[in-house]
Design a protein around this ligand. Sequence first.
Ligand code: UDP
Ligand code: MN
Length: 242
Amino acid sequence: TLEPLYIITPTYRRSEQIPELTRMSHTLMLVDNIHWLVIEDSKIPTKQVTQLLERTGLKFEHLIAPMPDKYKLKKGAKPRGVSNRNRGLSWIRANATDGVFYFADDDNTYDIDLFKEIRRTKKVSLFPVGLCTSYGLSSPIIKNGKFIGFYDGWIAGRKFPVDMAGFAVSVKFLHQRPNAIMPYRAGFEEDGFLRSLTPFEPTEAEFFGDNCTRVLAWHTQTKKNNPSLPLNMKIHNNTNLV
Ligand code: UDP
Ligand code: MN
């Protein structure tokens, strides 16, 4: 029997939310035994998100985890999706015993083969992500079958210079690391989380995507539509948005 694959998706309310989740749900509907944890950076769950999730037929949890005000009100780069992902981790600790989890932002693009690959994760798997920084790619470098370092446009002293979409973790491995947590530190969320899985070194990772030669996830970013009217005034959007 296939163990569950937990997909932890941070999301927040904006005009692009329902389109992004529609696109992503249609990818996940092509994959077996998915349990989708959709976690909104919001004080109340958005009704249209619940309705969308119910229509997918997927096994899902619709949770909320607002970004604390001290980060929300701060100027400059914010730790986007961190409260959501930590809520996902606490749900997994309380409810999951086996399988694998993966942090999948709502705006990325995922090849369905990615999910086949990552559900084989024994501890922590690492793999390439396309469209990251000006380099166009973030990936472990494998030479003659051996890990020799990371290719990433922004190393910044990180031990794990990887994208959020570039790793997966086994649930059992997480249970063995009760202190693992994602820090509220913009740019260093991935590195902070993977460091918190100590003891764990990059060399111990499983390298997926044909030894990191195949891109199965892309850091696509959706252009902001920036509608000029507030959501609740847009009559044409009544079916999708309050
Ligand atoms: N996100 C969130 N609250 C915010 C901004 C973003 O929950 O205030 C979510 C968003 O839906 C996405 C993830 O956090 O799943 C990363 O955000 P975004 O895609 O904007 O970041 P980028 O890809 O540009 O780094
Ligand atoms: Mn994004």
